[in-house]
Design a protein around this ligand. Structure first.
Ligand code: KG4
Ligand code: ZN
Length: 342
């Protein structure tokens, strides 16, 4: 018999995503983004995001069904991000999922956005060996997770104590006069820069910090250090070497992320590191993780960039995993929870 056909809905931030999978096979991944509406504010505006989801959800749903060549009646279950994320944005996806589920008499699975960022890798690399360590780095979160049973949940090992990694990219880009979101332009600029030219701080890696924050991250000190460095240049009337600042900043972030993630793997004897979230699209992070992991015989799995940023396929991928594991669906009074724990 065919594996179940699962549809996933994602609306936790600024991307309206609907994905359709069968088993580990991706059949459709429709996306509508409100990122350009937020660009002039330099960050995601919750009210603007909610309205954009409301306008985009039905057309995006229809595009996904057409792309997969199926109808709603063919779908076996609907998965939806129920948190964490922006409350008003989540409500649109959860309400839509319930409406479609009621109309078509399908079960609904409320899923965790972070667990979905981990699950999406199965669409590219097949079943995830467990236990694995997951590094999730995006505009809203930076977490290190122990994945011992993805169907039942994942265990947080550490998280950012201030800014998320993507947030640091966005703020530093702004300082350098680069557009929002800042990750892609910094990644691009950094290629022409010297990553060793400026020694920016590596947050929470000093021995005294490691004792209390072994797997936690801190990026706000780094952001401030970049701001001070740029201001000093400007005060002196000297040009800001954008490529060198971008490369040195990026190196500091990637150094901390990869060293802590690999330390977690080694401490627990785990051979698989999966990286996800928007920042996982960063070319230096991917290269450095692979280069360092090789020494320890650790395998790094990073999905292609389009699957790293928010999308509906990741939600469908986790839904598919839950259905295969025999997990019971959610009730139709499923709430949206902006602070949903793992
Ligand atoms: O996962 P995502 O699409 O949305 C959230 O859940 O936040 O992540 C968006 C974040 C933004 O901060 C963006 O600047 C960052 O991912 N990002 C990158 C790159 N592409 C996107 N950061 C570094 N390098 C990139 N190439
Ligand atoms: Zn995300």
């Amino acid at each position: 018999a065919d594996e179940p056909l699962i549809l996933g809905i994602e609306t936790s931030c600024d991307e309206t995503g609907v994905g359709i999978v069968r088993g580990h096979t991706l059949l459709a991944d429709a996306l509508a983004s409100s990122v350009e509406e937020h660009a002039r504010f330099g960050g995601v505006v919750p009210e603007v995001a909610s309205r954009a989801h409301l306008e985009a959800i039905v057309p995006t749903m229809q595009r996904a069904l057409t792309e997969a060549g199926v109808t709603l009646a063919d779908i076996d279950a609907i998965a939806v991000t129920s948190g964490p994320g922006l409350a008003g944005a989540l409500l649109v996806g959860v309400a839509a999922a319930k409406g479609y589920a009621l109309a078509a008499e399908k079960p609904v699975y409320g899923v965790n956005h972070l667990a979905a960022h981990v699950a999406v890798d199965t669409l590219e690399h097949g079943p995830l060996p467990e236990p694995a360590i997951a590094l999730l780095v995006s505009g809203g979160h930076s977490s290190l997770l122990l994945v011992d049973d993805l169907a039942r949940g994942v265990t947080p090992l550490g998280a950012t104590i201030d800014d998320a990694a993507g947030e640091a990219f966005d703020k530093v880009a702004r300082l350098l006069g680069l557009p929002f979101p800042g990750g892609p332009p910094i990644d691009r600029e950094a290629r022409a820069g010297d990553a060793a030219s400026i020694a920016f701080p590596r947050g929470l890696t000093a021995a005294k910090d490691l004792a209390a924050h072994r797997y936690d991250f801190s990026f706000s000190g780094l952001k401030t250090a970049v701001a001070r460095w740029v201001e000093a240049r400007q005060r002196a009337g000297e040009p800001v070497p954008v490529a060198d600042v971008a490369a040195s900043f990026q190196e500091a972030v990637c150094d901390v992320l990869t060293s802590k993630a690999l330390a977690a793997c080694r401490a627990q004897g785990i051979e698989t590191l999966v990286i996800g979230g928007g920042v996982a699209a960063n070319s230096r992070l991917r290269a450095l993780a692979e280069q360092r992991a090789e020494k320890y015989g650790i395998r790094v799995r990073v999905p292609r960039p389009k699957l790293c940023t928010d999308n509906g396929a990741m939600v469908a991928a986790l839904g598919s995993h839950l259905v295969a594991a025999g997990v019971a669906p959610s009730r139709l009074d499923l709430p949206a929870d902006s602070a949903l724990p793992l």
